[in-house]
Design a protein around this ligand. Structure first.
Ligand SMILES: [Ca+2]
Length: 289
């Protein structure tokens, strides 16, 4: 068989397989891989079904996710309401709206706004994680982040916190926080920022984070936008999507902007298959600073 003929046949087979292996989501027109999704970066990865969801069922998966943050009521003045979390049209939706809080929250600084949070029931340490999402078109935050609190450890990795309108509407904020270590009870953070040539509330984009014992690297639509040394983030963390009012940072949303919705087309997660470092906490600086 000539090379050309082989090439043409191979091309035909690959094209046919590609068409066969990707079904089209009729609601959104997006491509949904029916098999096990492959990570877009190189590495010895395995898929984590417990921390992945295509949100195609129109039914919120209670086996994977809490419909709120079970240990936090929200950032005042907005309180987390389970009614603001919905799965439909192949997406997970988190909404912020004007709403008076229940009486039990009124003396805790909550008023005027309700918001939404989804937290994973599983924790993970290291891997590659990505979501396809569109931010709220308001000053309510849209965030994808990891954290957990334990007696001697409280750390956080923010893949993004977005402010949908105003002067920050194209700013991509990537912070890592340390609140507590076995060595020190002191909050500090290391921030990073990238500026997009578009508004995050206008369209869906793919946001990823690569978390290894050595580095944390952020991706937007496949391009690396920041890398920082991993000096402290060696704790199994929960995965979170939420929206908060940020009165001291973004400013409160204007009434005319609400309700607004942070929509997530999918979340996909992979962990590293092997490596002796998987169960080690590699503290580079044991003073906790
Ligand atoms: Ca979807």
């Amino acid at each position: 068989m000539s090379f050309k003929k082989t090439f043409l046949i191979n091309t035909f087979i690959i094209t046919t397989l590609s068409l066969t292996f990707f079904s089209c989501d009729q609601n959104t027109g997006s491509q949904v891989p029916p098999g096990i999704p492959q990570p877009p970066i190189e590495g010895d990865f395995e898929f984590i079904p417990e921390l992945s969801d295509e949100f195609q069922d129109n039914a919120f998966d209670e086996s994977k996710w809490f419909r709120t943050n079970p240990t936090w009521l929200g950032r005042q003045p907005a309180f987390f309401s389970k009614n603001n979390v919905a799965e439909n049209d192949g997406k997970l939706h988190l909404t912020m709206r004007m709403e008076d809080p229940p009486d039990s929250l009124k003396d805790k600084g909550f008023h005027t706004f309700s918001s939404a949070a989804v937290r994973s029931k599983y924790t993970v340490k290291y891997g590659y994680f990505e979501i396809k999402a569109k931010s709220m078109n308001s000053k309510g935050s849209s965030a994808f982040w990891f954290y957990d609190q334990a007696p001697g450890l409280h750390t956080e990795i923010d893949v993004f916190e977005l402010c949908g309108t105003g002067e920050r509407e194209n700013k991509y904020y990537m912070n890592v926080h340390v609140f507590r270590t076995p060595y020190k009870d002191l909050h500090w953070s290391r921030g990073g920022q990238w500026e997009a040539p578009y508004r995050f509330a206008d369209d869906y984009h793919v946001f990823g984070v690569e978390w290894t014992p050595w580095i944390i690297r952020w991706y937007v639509d496949g391009d690396s936008v920041r890398t920082t040394e991993n000096t402290h983030w060696h704790q199994p963390l929960t995965m979170n999507f939420d929206s908060e009012t940020m009165p001291n940072w973004f400013g409160l949303p204007d009434e005319s902007e609400l309700p607004s919705t942070f929509s997530i087309e999918y979340v996909r997660s992979w962990r590293y298959k092997s490596g002796n470092w998987m169960n080690e906490g590699l503290w580079t600086n044991k003073t906790g600073e």
